[in-house]
Design a protein around this ligand. Structure first.
Ligand code: UDP
Ligand code: MG
Length: 162
């Protein structure tokens, strides 16, 4: 049992998820939160914020050579964003599956972008694409004391305890 608990702790991951201004304005906050929550992932941080253009440029620094970079950063800083950290086994990779492909035209039905968005420039949600970016993005958007570690009642039912 101890070994399983250790394996569970080692597999536990955190990822950064943001509902972009289009998702907030379209009233999709609860829909998106609910998809992560019902799956069994645990919310450990959440806030509403209007990022500055400079902050958006930091968040998307990897894309600064791309032609859409300026418009993307203008858009991210155009209104309220819901910034979140979600925790769970495999949440970084599976969070991207819940979100769907970058271009909603190519996202499968059943995914957030597939069900709720139409074009790539208004694809409503961001999710970290790997362990390194998850760490960097969580550190960019949140101070350590904004992350809440707790045991959820449902954990033993989600992961088992024997
Ligand atoms: N984007 C865009 N045009 C493109 C590709 C991307 O406007 O041709 C935007 C889109 O909003 C996307 C964001 O840039 O979500 C970041 O791009 P990335 O390739 O990192 O996609 P993601 O990780 O969000 O799926
Ligand atoms: Mg990305």
């Amino acid at each position: 049992m101890l070994q399983e608990q250790e394996a569970h702790a080692a597999a536990m991951e955190r990822t950064f998820i943001a509902i972009k201004p289009d998702g907030v304005q379209r009233g999709l906050i609860s829909e998106i939160v609910s998809r992560f929550e019902r799956k069994g992932f645990k919310l450990v941080a959440i806030k509403i914020v209007v990022p500055s253009k400079g902050f958006a440029e930091k968040h998307y620094h990897d894309l600064k050579e791309r032609p859409f970079f300026n418009g993307l950063c203008d858009f991210l800083s155009s209104g309220p964003v819901i910034a979140m950290v979600w925790e769970g086994e495999g949440v970084i990779k599976y969070g991207r599956k819940l979100i769907g492909a970058t271009d909603p035209q190519k996202s499968e039905p059943g995914t957030i972008r597939g069900d709720l968005a139409v074009v790539v420039g208004r694809n409503i949600i961001h999710g970290s694409d790997g362990p390194e970016t998850a760490k960097d993005e969580i550190n960019l958007w949140f101070k350590p004391d904004e992350l809440v570690s707790y045991t959820s009642n449902s954990e033993k039912w989600l992961y088992g305890d024997n």
